[in-house]
Design a protein around this ligand. Structure first.
Ligand SMILES: *Cc1c(COP(=O)(O)O)cnc(C)c1O
Length: 415
């Protein structure tokens, strides 16, 4: 069906079985929020949860809350709530630290597991990966000084020739932050394993965005954010997955007391614990961590298959409307058309992308800008509807047609 009017989009919204979930979020009136891939919207429940943690748990119950309110156990409890979204079993995920920090731990553990084979010195990743992932690998390998090399590939097709008997770890981001390209987790993991390499996935743009099944793919390690599609709040702690089969061998150098087999024994030596809590390091930011639950509770009201179906319908619609109604203005589609290769975002290239995004934001259509020249729109099916997609495309068309955007804008620190 080709969509030619806003009324048709309103009809799609009326037929949408997920439409009621938008009520769970506190979104400002008149804003079309297409940046949930960067900072998810606020669950309404987060305000009262924050008040409860601050007033009751911290204010009144003070230190007893480590036990009484379950603060000490919170990274594991949240990990177990998150597990079904990524195909993990119980006690395989903790919510803790940052994605950058968790990637460091997972990569260090993977290199440690491969250390017996002197031939395996190569980490394969993509040049287009989110920079912090590459930086962390550079930091770790540079510091180890054991001759590890990072091989940056320029397209997913290169994986089949790049992975070989020298590969220690293949470290990929499942959905590319810039293009929205989605890797085939099962096939790539199998390819890495065929050559004896370990497979580390970054799920920053997949968790809560696309169905993920880490155990079905037999992956080795995974990390990801909770502040993007999972709506955990700005800078909310990230997650790390270590499958049960690797937990006894999982060693990383950030051996803080929270990862100790018995933290309150206060022993002068570190003792590894063969559980997912070995991925913890030190005391957690409880206020921020507690709010992650509010986002996860909303996912418990639906399932990833239903969300995926709506997400593809939204991105298909946006691509179609941009191509029908914004043709001739120099926009180029960067995101794959093929559903099996598309995450939950649409990226468009335009020479005036930064100015266009700022003009859209001024009109209440919030997307973001990424180098080079990319307008990036995240479609979060929990709170974006079909009429929103129509309106976003119309604003874009109107801006392009009237050229009412400012090419002399000074760049903000965060684009
Ligand atoms: C967003 C994102 C990160 C963010 O890492 P932080 O440590 O939370 O700043 C890391 N990797 C990828 C692939 C991302 O998309």
């Amino acid at each position: 069906m080709t969509i030619q009017s806003r009324e048709q989009c309103e009809q799609l919204d009326r037929e949408d079985a997920l439409a009621h979930l938008k009520q769970e979020f506190a979104l400002p009136e008149g804003v079309i929020y297409l940046d949930g891939n960067s900072l998810g919207a606020r669950p309404k429940a987060a305000a009262s949860r924050a008040a409860e943690v601050i007033q009751q748990e911290w204010g009144t119950d003070l230190i007893t809350s480590w036990n009484k309110a379950g603060w000490f156990d919170l990274p594991s409890r949240l990990g177990n709530l998150l597990s079904p979204l990524i195909g993990a079993e119980a006690n395989e995920v903790v919510v803790t630290d940052t994605t950058s920090g968790n990637l460091f731990k997972a990569l260090a553990a993977a290199l440690h597991m491969q250390a017996g084979d002197d031939q395996r010195k190569v980490i394969i990743t993509e040049r287009s990966n989110f920079p912090t992932d590459i930086y962390m690998a550079e930091g770790l390998t540079g510091w180890l000084q054991r001759g590890y090399r990072i091989h940056l590939i320029d397209s997913p097709e290169e994986l089949s020739t790049a992975i070989n008997a020298e590969t220690a770890v293949v470290m990929l981001t499942h959905v590319n932050y810039r293009t929205g390209y989605l890797h085939d987790m099962q096939t790539v993991t199998a390819l890495a394993h065929q050559h004896g390499a370990l497979m580390l996935w970054d799920l920053a743009h997949s968790a809560g965005a696309v169905p993920v099944n880490l155990n079905a793919a037999n992956a080795d390690f995974a990390v990801g954010c909770t502040y993007k599609y999972l709506n955990g709040g700005p800078g909310s702690p990230a997650f790390i997955w270590v499958p049960a089969r690797h937990q006894a061998k999982f060693r990383h150098p950030l051996s803080g007391w929270w990862g100790h087999a018995s933290p309150f024994a206060m022993s002068p030596h570190f003792e590894h614990q063969p559980t997912i809590r070995a991925a913890l390091c030190g005391t957690q930011p409880i206020v921020s961590l507690a709010l992650v639950e509010c986002g996860l509770e909303i996912f418990a009201k639906t399932d990833m298959q239903a969300l995926r179906k709506k997400s593809l319908a939204l991105t298909d619609l946006f691509i179609a409307l941009v191509e029908q109604r914004c043709a001739g203005f120099g926009l180029e589609l960067v995101t794959p058309r093929d559903h099996v290769q598309r995450g939950s975002q649409v990226s468009l290239h335009h020479p005036h992308a930064y100015a266009l995004i700022q003009a859209l934001i001024a009109r209440g259509v919030v997307g973001d800008y990424r180098e080079p020249g990319i307008l990036r729109f995240g479609f979060t099916p929990l709170y974006v509807g079909f009429a929103d997609v129509w309106d976003a495309a119309e604003h874009l068309r109107d801006l392009l047609a009237s050229q009412s955007y400012d090419l002399n804008l000074k760049r903000n620190a965060v684009t």
